[in-house]
Write a new protein. Structure first.
Length: 500
């Protein structure tokens, strides 16, 4: 055979083998088997034929409990959702700024907010968070049926973070019952309903993870749950398996402060605290807090040795307001309060919260330790605002004669100043802490640059107002300072000042 022809035939055979190999590989990649290729059968011929199962993997009788839970959850949600509203707010914030020539200008800026709420009366009263409606006068509610109503603010309490709204419209509306949050137990199943991120009605479930979580900017201890809530859920209800409101969702825990999101921990204001606040607002237009008229301090090892007190709980009375409910009940300085209405007292903050949450004119029982023996004292709770106004009025008249304001400030160990132009332009009010003295007992609690906004709940107007009122209050009673530190609001409690 001609050598040239032989080489041609060899190359042709190699080419055909390579082509055949590529063809077989591609066919097998398409799902054909080697037998399909050899017989010439097209594997795609059966693609149009399929058989679906017509039987569930389990019978309903095998999952009866889960089926019942499924149906009951759906029934609960169906009953609760019509009472939940989505809240949109709008307002104008006036921001001050200075131009290059030093002139001050005020520029309005539109602000908007979003949250949730729950209808609690047939007349159309809605509970939500104070921070949802704060500073935004125009409020619009979107109901379950899609209808939109305006609403007005009846009143709010920033310390509890509760606001009461009234729907502008004819009722009757569909309210939810407010349950008893004191009966909630850790491990109970709860549902959170609201409008996260403005998405509309959203339901999540979880369990009560803990009770009585304390925050420095809240006058009430909160419920901790695992129900997912996010921005927009604020003000919505936390309900139990009966569809009763046991809390008002208020905040989450997030390590990302710039872009907070749910991380498995959420908090709600107990329904009992929300209900009391609502009743006070509807009755008097403001929140009412109980008052007994005592100044006290936490126990330390020195105090325990001095008085021979070996108990674990308790706080010591260090002062009494003249003619106060505490004095009329027979309490004395150096009495150690062990329990209040059956609650063991671990610290000052706990007792203050219990007193403030007590109903005005109600009888309360305290167990005290005095001179080596236990006694039970019964007192009638007064109203804090009435006594505070009288105390401040009396003490302000005597303050300049009894205690110089600068002496009180020096004893406390802080130096304050009024906000500068740049701080005022950002809306900062009250006074700023300029310096915390090395000898101050508040070192570590108060920081340079902290903004003191209020004393005992009343806004601070300027440095002179701060000095006079701090001297009047701190000389005779426990004094609460409301502090703004960055995005946080803190409340610091000062014991009565002892000056020489």
């Amino acid at each position: 055979m001609n050598p040239g022809l032989r080489r041609f035939l060899i190359l042709l055979a190699v080419f055909c083998a390579a082509f055949l190999a590529v063809f077989v590989v591609r066919k097998m990649q398409d799902g054909s088997s080697l037998m399909d290729i050899l017989t010439g059968r097209d594997s795609t011929e059966d693609n149009g034929n399929f058989t679906l199962l017509d039987k569930s993997a389990l019978n309903l009788k095998d999952v009866q409990v889960m089926a019942a839970i499924n149906a009951e959850s759906a029934a609960l949600v169906k009953a609760v959702v019509p009472s939940v509203v989505s809240i949109d707010t709008a307002g104008v914030r006036h921001e001050r700024f200075r131009d290059v020539w030093g002139r001050t200008w005020v520029q309005p800026r539109a602000v908007q907010g979003q949250g949730s709420g729950v209808i609690v009366t047939k007349e159309g009263h809605v509970l939500t968070n104070h921070h949802v409606i704060q500073g935004n006068p125009r409020i619009r509610l979107t109901m379950h049926d899609g209808s939109v109503h305006s609403a007005k603010v009846i009143g709010s309490d920033p310390a509890v973070d509760i606001a009461v709204l009234k729907i502008d419209g004819k009722g009757p509306f569909a309210p939810l019952k407010i349950g008893d949050s004191s009966k909630i137990e850790v491990g109970n199943i709860v549902f959170a309903v609201g409008s996260p991120f403005g998405l509309g009605e959203t339901v999540t479930d979880g369990k009560v993870s803990a009770k009585k979580r304390t925050f420095s900017d809240s006058r009430v201890d909160l419920l901790q749950t695992s129900a997912a809530i996010n921005p927009g859920n604020s003000g919505g209800p936390l309900v139990n398996i009966l569809g009763e409101i046991v809390g008002i969702n208020s905040r989450i825990y997030s390590t990302d402060k710039k872009n907070p999101g749910f991380q498995g921990i959420s908090f709600a204001i107990p329904s009992n605290a929300a209900l009391k606040t609502m009743k006070d607002i509807l009755a008097r237009g403001r929140s009412i807090r109980g008052f007994l008229g005592m100044a006290f301090e936490d126990l330390d090892p020195y105090t325990r040795r001095e008085f021979g007190y070996k108990g674990q709980d308790g706080i010591r009375i260090v002062g009494l307001v003249p003619n106060s409910p505490a004095m009329k009940a027979g309490l004395k300085e150096d009495d150690i309060i062990i329990s209040y209405q059956g609650n063991d007292i671990a610290n000052m903050r706990q007792l203050i919260d219990l007193i403030q949450q007590s109903e005005v004119d109600s009888k309360v029982h305290m167990e005290i330790w005095r001179e080596g023996a236990k006694h039970t004292i019964t007192a009638t709770v007064g109203e804090a605002d009435n006594f505070n106004q009288r105390i401040l009025r009396d003490e302000e008249e005597k303050a300049t004669q009894r205690v110089d304001p600068q002496t009180v400030l020096s004893t406390i160990g802080i130096v304050v100043r009024e906000p500068n132009a740049a701080e005022t332009a950002r809306g900062i009010k009250g006074v700023m802490i300029q310096r915390v003295l090395p000898t101050s007992k508040l070192r570590g609690k108060l920081l340079t640059g902290d903004n003191i906004r209020a004393i005992n709940g009343r806004p601070v107007m300027d440095e002179r107002d701060f000095n006079a009122r701090l001297a009047a209050s701190a000389a005779v009673q426990n004094t609460e300072l409301e502090i703004r530190r960055g995005p946080q609001t803190l409340r610091i409690l000062l014991s009565p000042v002892r000056t020489k």
